[in-house]
Design a protein around this ligand. Structure first.
Ligand code: FE
Ligand code: FE
Ligand code: ZN
Length: 290
């Protein structure tokens, strides 16, 4: 099976999904992820079905399967905060219908920050918000992202993710997105990824794993920082990331890079090439800047 790899790409008002596909193809991707609008505000464009159809056609010609396309929900949604309940439900529902009209299934969502309410209350709020938002007829999966545990972030470990999923009524509408930088920063040792997968499988179940964010980390394990680094030059390292990307149990799962731009240059073409070669490129940064 072909490696399912891609990166975060842009989605603009004018070119919409078609622009995202063109950008992804420029990096030689077989998957990609985008925000449907600026993640920090609520301004959203109407989805243009003509552009969507053109995009789907271009994807087909280039063997990008729509099931390997991911939308990241905006981070102004904080389901753990009870004060935002009505806004959260309304905006997440709108986001779901935009995503459905694009034909995308997986929506990555940060579980939320409890902002002082405490872990238990925060998790309860997330569950209530999701149970209110999700409808049986929805054709999407909300993929809860594993978080670094910065501030009062929830989803810092598999137990918290499990607690959320346990409370969800429509279990076929929830999944998990593992983020390697976040796992490292949360305290998971990625050099022993088999143990991590075992724990995940026991506590949550591998069938819930839908997306993996592949990022190196600027910080050492357990620092709860969440600062992404380019592939192979952070504390996780190239070989550990390669072992995850090519892991037998993760074959059908899209792997998405969210590594930082280098002086305004997207690093993804060079990083994806290096991942395909399974060999670290000692001139990675120079090549990105070329
Ligand atoms: Fe994220
Ligand atoms: Fe991520
Ligand atoms: Zn992050």
């Amino acid at each position: 099976m072909e490696l399912i790899i891609g990166s975060h790409v842009s989605f603009t008002k004018d070119t919409q999904l078609l622009g995202s596909v063109v950008e992804a193809l420029g990096y030689k991707s077989t998957a990609f992820m985008f925000y449907t609008g600026a993640p920090q505000n609520t301004l959203r464009v109407k989805i243009d079905s003509e552009k969507t159809n053109e995009a789907l056609k271009l994807m087909k010609e280039n063997y990008i399967d729509i099931k390997n396309v991911v939308v990241h929900a905006p981070y102004i949604i904080n389901l753990a905060n009870i004060n935002n309940f009505d806004f959260n439900v309304r905006f997440l529902r709108e986001e779901i219908s935009r995503v459905e009209s694009l034909g995308v299934k997986n929506i990555v969502l940060h579980p939320g920050s409890h902002v002082g309410a405490g872990v238990e209350n925060g998790i309860k709020n997330i569950i209530d918000a999701l149970n209110t938002t999700l409808k049986r007829e929805n054709n999407i999966v909300i993929c809860l992202e594993t978080m670094a545990g910065k501030g009062t972030e929830l989803g810092r470990n598999f137990d918290e993710i499990k607690s959320i999923i346990d409370g969800i009524e429509l279990k076929d509408k929830v999944g998990v997105c593992m983020d390697t930088c976040h796992l490292n920063d949360a305290g998971y040792d990625l050099s022993d990824f088999d143990s991590i997968l075992d724990e995940f499988d026991k506590k949550i179940g591998l069938k819930y794993l839908k997306v993996i964010h592949i990022n190196d980390s600027k910080n050492i394990i357990g620092t709860h920082k969440d600062r992404h680094e380019n592939i192979g030059i952070g504390s996780i390292g190239f070989q550990a990331l390669i072992n995850i990307i090519y892991h037998d149990k993760l074959k059908g799962i899209p792997k998405i890079l969210e590594t930082p731009y280098v002086e305004k240059h997207a690093p993804y073409k060079q990083e994806i090439e290096m991942i395909r070669n399974k060999t670290f490129n000692n001139h990675l940064i120079e090549d990105i800047l070329k």
